[in-house]
Ligand binder design. Structure first.
Ligand code: PGA
Length: 232
């Protein structure tokens, strides 16, 4: 089964969520479609479409103004949460340690974390990708529980640039072997970064890829539905 995960980031109104989820619910697809929405859109009508959040607090409750706990997310009916997205790492100084705690917190609250790992452009250029990804897997992934790994090269997010399918295949294979060695052989691995209807198929056909994480192209039905179609 392939996952098609939309990440709306800080975009979208309730009306736009309604249109998108109603449209997806009418689609015949073998893919598991998940929409990761801003906190304010998590609750309410979703026409049976799976919903995820984009961040989770490291803490359970208390004096953390502006933060949202795993329990609060679970109470909305959301089943997934993105953890460690590149924009959280850059804009909110999230560390590997924080990200692991967030992932564990999600699992504790019966949410499935979608844990993002990826190298910067400088790391990519200097040939450090494999070392960076290995370190992130060691430091970000929970020991047990269900989760999804999203390989998102940070330089590919929102830039229109992607690694070649060959480069991607190498990294995905490395992630797969690591997970297998650590008793997570069935953990889904998705790719994210500048996916659109034109390139979706070439990424989805890479061995051991179980889906795609899509930002910009997930915002409109016109650009998102053709990506779902490329799976069906
Ligand atoms: P993009 O974003 O598809 O717009 O590159 C991907 C992501 O941020 O998850």
């Amino acid at each position: 089964m392939q996952f098609i995960i939309g990440n709306w980031k800080m975009n979208g109104t309730r009306k736009e969520k309604d249109t998108m989820t109603a449209t997806i619910s009418r689609k015949k697809t073998s893919a598991r479609v998940i929409l990761c929405l801003p906190f304010t859109l998590l609750s309410g009508e979703n026409h049976g479409v799976l919903i995820g959040a984009q961040d989770i607090s490291e803490h359970d409750n208390g004096a953390y103004t502006g933060d949202i706990s795993g329990k609060m997310i679970a109470e909305t009916g959301a089943k997934y949460v993105i953890v460690g997205h590149s924009e959280r790492r850059s804009n909110h100084d999230e560390t590997n340690k924080m990200i692991k705690t967030k992932a564990e917190n999600a699992i504790k609250n019966k949410l499935i974390p979608i844990i993002c790992i990826g190298e910067t452009l400088a790391e990519h250029k200097s040939g450090a990708t494999k070392a960076v990804i290995t370190k992130m897997m060691k430091e970000n992934l929970p020991i047990s529980g269900k989760f999804i790994v999203a390989y998102e090269p940070r330089w590919a997010i929102g830039t229109g640039l992607t690694p070649t399918p060959e480069q991607t295949a190498q990294i995905i294979n490395m992630i797969y072997e690591y997970l297998k060695k650590h008793n997570h052989g069935t953990t889904p691995i998705v790719y994210g970064g500048s996916i659109n209807a034109t390139n979706a198929k070439s990424f989805i056909s890479i061995p051991h890829i179980n889906g795609l994480l899509i930002g910009g192209a997930s915002l409109k039905t016109k650009t998102f539905l053709p990506i779902i179609d490329s799976i069906s």
